[in-house]
Design a protein around this ligand. Sequence first.
Ligand code: SF4
Length: 371
Amino acid sequence: MQAAVGVQSPPAGLPAGTRAALTAGLLAWYRESARALPWRVGEGVAPDPWRVLVSEFMLQQTTVATVKERFADFLARFPDAASLAAADLDEVLHAWQGLGYYRRARLLHACAREIRDRHGGVPPADRERLRALPGIGPYTAAAVAAIAFGEPVVPVDANVARVLARLFAVEAPRARATAEIRRLAAGLGDHRAPAAVAQAWMELGALVCRPRRPRCGSCPLATFCLARRRGIETRIPVAGSGRRRPRRHGFAFLMRRADGRILLRRRPVEGLLGGTMDLPGSSWTAAPPDGPPPFPRPGRWRPLPGRVRHPFTHFTLELAVWQGEVEAEPGEPGWYDREAMAGLALSSLTRKLLRHAGIEPPPAVRGARRR
Ligand code: SF4
């Protein structure tokens, strides 16, 4: 028994037989129930570290369903670190379309260049050197080390944290529970089947020990689970302060010239949606704007009804869209018709704004076109 808040039976203190039974139950379930995903290989097959690394970058903030759709195309285009390192950022951002959070694409690009320049084109095989690469934090380093290189660690993402919090009845609020959950995970790495065990914990969180309604009836760990035994599984993990995500406000300007083309700009490479194309707009402020915006150029302007909301990690953006028919100098760059937009990296926010104005953006196409 530990002094830590609300925790019993830490793995380090579990009798060896119990820990082995827990791992065996988990593995048997995984071998039976794991989803076939394009980045997974069967046991006994050596995984390609580059594919593992790319999948972990994609899965950082994107659902499995979306990554499943985009993974094969991305890997067909960039089958190794060298091919991604040799691409220009435009191509990478374009190929990343649909996955969101474009910062990851920029970091993956930088990561590929470092792998090419410093590691002979292959991701390094240990957590410490993985951790030193751009875009790789402790979780991704642990996941790649376990899955691609067989390091006996259990990477703790939100799914795994939830399973462990329930299994060991960690009743501290989420923020305070983090260190405790990491400590619990550290006692659960497995030397015999490290890749399968790491993925089994993730899969159990995704498929069975789900956030709202854990499926305890089909859980291979139910007999070990303290939260289940106490009937508190739906109360764990304990939420934090529950503060509402702050909101930011601004304007987007949809400018059309006489031939129907629309003005798009490229966002600065550093920062949110960096390097993608979007509509010109105002800066984003905490307070809602008071009155109409200063328009970027003269024209016939009208507000479109409603607002476009878009969630970012730390805030929700709310944009009012103004449409203007404006003059443009002959040969002025940045004006696109729908066909020309097909070759651009349009962020999901830009796609939302276009739809709000009644313009269906072109689908993301396979293969980037250089501008
Ligand atoms: S028994 Fe229920 S709460 Fe416990 S680990 Fe399994 S699914 Fe999660």
